[in-house]
Design a protein around this ligand. Structure first.
Ligand code: PLP
Length: 341
């Protein structure tokens, strides 16, 4: 059964044909398990090269990459400063806190971004053994609000953090969208972090994420932590095949640039509809729009998407590598048709 295009999430999209083909190709014959196979070796070497990284490790999902990355960077008594809106704070069922034992120190962030000033506000209890001691700052790029930190903004955060004895973790579930939006390399973004995740799943993979370790001296613990945290998959070759396909000829960038362009088209069309406001800059593949609650209800009868903020009547629409202009235009026609409903 095929369904019409959903604007509910980039996770609703299927798998890019080249990725699916790579999985099929990887299916021939046997391969040594748990990442000791040739494909995994090649994929992780390619990731190291693209990112200029010390090491790269494959994992199965974004939440797992976040927990693994944070666990590498945290000492046992340390806390993580992050935006209130960070996925680790809002949508991972407290896994960072439960699995690493850390405390998240969330700061309000009007557009999904945090700044050195906001981080500094959370450093007041330093040296007081009654207080959680911040050790890591987590940033998300692109952010949960579909905005992107500029490279200058990211570098400011990193400089501030390193000068303040804080390490930087970057949640890159949608790093590809940010690189496409900023027209920069993955390595330029990665330079701003000690450890980061790189998402394949929202970029056309079936299920493939990577943990990228930038700072030397951290990677040795990853294999053990990854296993303890149940992120070491036995048939690793299929995760590797997905990254090989995404990295080949920069398919990741084409997928992300396309998704971003579709979000732009959607936002431009949506603001032309009476009663619809776009509430954050559209810099990646998400559009956050404010609509009358009656309008939201009418639209949601036509297809699923998330109401992001019920009180403020804000919804989230997302595009993906396979969203077409016709999909966007059809959705916009429905937005217009339901506007008075
Ligand atoms: C910013 C961000 N980080 C991490 C994740 C977690 O990914 P997963 O659902 O694969 O665990 C998501 C998923 O939506 C996300 O949006």
């Amino acid at each position: 059964m095929t369904q019409r295009k959903s604007f509910g999430s980039d996770n609703h999209a299927g798998v890019h044909p080249a990725v699916l083909q790579a999985i099929v190709d990887a299916n021939a014959g046997d391969a040594v398990a748990y990442g000791a196979d040739e494909r995994t070796g090649h994929a992780t070497a390619a990731l190291r090269e693209v990112f200029g990284a010390d090491e790269a490790f494959l994992v199965m999902n974004g939440s797992g990459a976040n927990v693994l990355g944070l666990s590498l960077l945290l000492r046992r008594h340390e806390a993580v400063i992050c935006a209130e809106t960070a996925h680790i704070n809002t949508d991972e069922c407290g896994s960072a806190e439960r699995l690493t034992g850390t405390k998240l120190l969330a700061v309000p962030s009007p557009d999904g971004k945090i700044t050195p000033d906001l981080i500094a506000e959370r450093l007041s209890g330093r040296g007081d053994d009654h207080r959680s001691q911040p050790g890591v700052v987590a940033v998300t790029q692109s952010t949960e609000h579909g905005t992107c930190y500029t490279l200058a903004e990211l570098r400011k955060i990193t400089d501030f953090c390193h000068a303040s004895d804080l390490r930087v973790f970057l949640d890159g579930a949608r790093l590809a969208n940010a690189a496409a939006s900023l027209d920069c390399s993955l390595a330029e973004l990665a330079e701003c972090a000690d450890v980061l995740s790189f998402g394949g799943t929202k970029n056309g993979a079936m299920g493939a994420e990577a943990l990228i370790v930038m700072s030397p001296g951290l990677a040795a613990d990853v294999p053990y932590l990854r296993k303890q945290q149940t992120q070491l998959t036995s048939k690793m070759r299929f995760v590797a095949a997905q990254f090989a396909a995404l990295l080949h000829d920069d398919l990741w960038r084409a997928n992300a640039a396309h998704a971003n362009a579709m979000a732009r088209r959607l936002a431009d069309g949506a603001v032309a509809v009476d009663g619809v406001d776009v509430v954050y800059p559209v810099q990646a593949n998400a559009v956050f729009a404010r609509l009358h609650p009656r309008h939201i209800a009418a639209l949601q009868r036509e297809g699923f998407f998330h109401t992001w903020d019920e009180r403020d009547s804000v919804v989230r629409w997302m595009t993906a590598f396979d969203t077409t202009e016709a999909d966007v235009d059809a959705f916009l026609a429905t937005v217009r048709a339901t506007a008075s409903g």
